[in-house]
Ligand binder design. Sequence first.
Ligand SMILES: Nc1ncnc2c1ncn2[C@@H]1O[C@H](COP(=O)(O)OP(=O)(O)OP(=O)(O)O)[C@@H](O)[C@H]1O
Length: 357
Amino acid sequence: MMMMEAFGRGMHMAAATTMVFRSELQPMMTPEPVFSSSFSPSRQRDLIFIVNPQGCNGKTGRQWRKILPYLRSRLGKECNILESITSGPCHAIDITREAIREGADAVVAVGGDGTLHEVVNGFFWAGKPVTCQMKDLTHSTALGLIPLGTGSDFARTLRWKKDPREAIDRVARGLRSRIDVGVITGESFENHYFINVADIHLSAKAGFYASRYKSFGKLCYVLGALHAFMGHQNQDLRIKFNEGEWETWSRVTTVCVGNAKYFGGGMKITPNATPYSGNLEAVIVQNFKWHDFILKLQKLYNGTHLSLENISATSVLSIELEDISGNGGIHIQSDGEHLGFLPRKISVLPAAIEMIC
Ligand SMILES: Nc1ncnc2c1ncn2[C@@H]1O[C@H](COP(=O)(O)OP(=O)(O)OP(=O)(O)O)[C@@H](O)[C@H]1O
């Protein structure tokens, strides 16, 4: 494969909507993964490992080099192990597209949620899944993950530890399960995909500032949030759920739309979300100040914040958000990557990707 090196180969929505009440939030059954198939044992599999050497402040690159011997011993006999080291932001997207087009059996992201996010975006091009031209229609490339980032929040929902050996064993077993992906659309905006959490306003700014504090490890997300509160103003937003009517939500601090549960280095922000459910969980926080954030931090980490008065949650297939002030300054990010400003629509693509689980 080109470019790759082969080894051995508030509720101040005081007027609550008809759509969402905290009290209406039904306890959800947690959907479990359905394993469909494993790799064919009859031929050598092509596994592409996309490594972000700068992940976790450079620790990802060092850990990767340490685990390579184990990877080779565990997978070297039955697989072609191909390593591709990213050269900078967005490189993983191109590598993934190329690998899928060339018929790879799996593309494995080695790094944090940012690297995983780029690999997921590589599964799509021009609004459609990327496919392999050379193999039969039943062939599909699976997504794999060796979580080695600062937060590695997506892995938490699947209850995976940041243990590279455990992750390699999972890749070796090769069990696959279809997972949902979120898609963000907007006028003059290329479709953007996410696997973990998309978020708007305060927390999107927090993600941006967190990157300045990465040397503090997971604490970078709390520091980023406190930084984001400086000069922050809660804003009135227009929100539409599931293609319904537009509703006005006042003094919105942040909106988080989860395909999975955790962000910000372990905050269980969308505690009912799972990537096997066919929908997303939208959590709307209103009228929060920086001191509320500090006082409620523990609840955010353990996922009990949905019981608070100015937090609402609902399960959605799609959610559209517009800035009422019209000044265009409401930030949006997904999986920690900054994506510009509202208006945007966020929808679920059920069972869009096969993942090695
Ligand atoms: N070679 C590179 N040099 C600099 N940045 C890179 C390189 N390759 C990828 N990146 C960027 O690094 C960003 C962060 O990487 P990653 O998410 O893997 O680590 P992290 O931020 O430590 O983990 P987490 O997102 O889980 O907190 C990615 O969004 C990606 O765009």
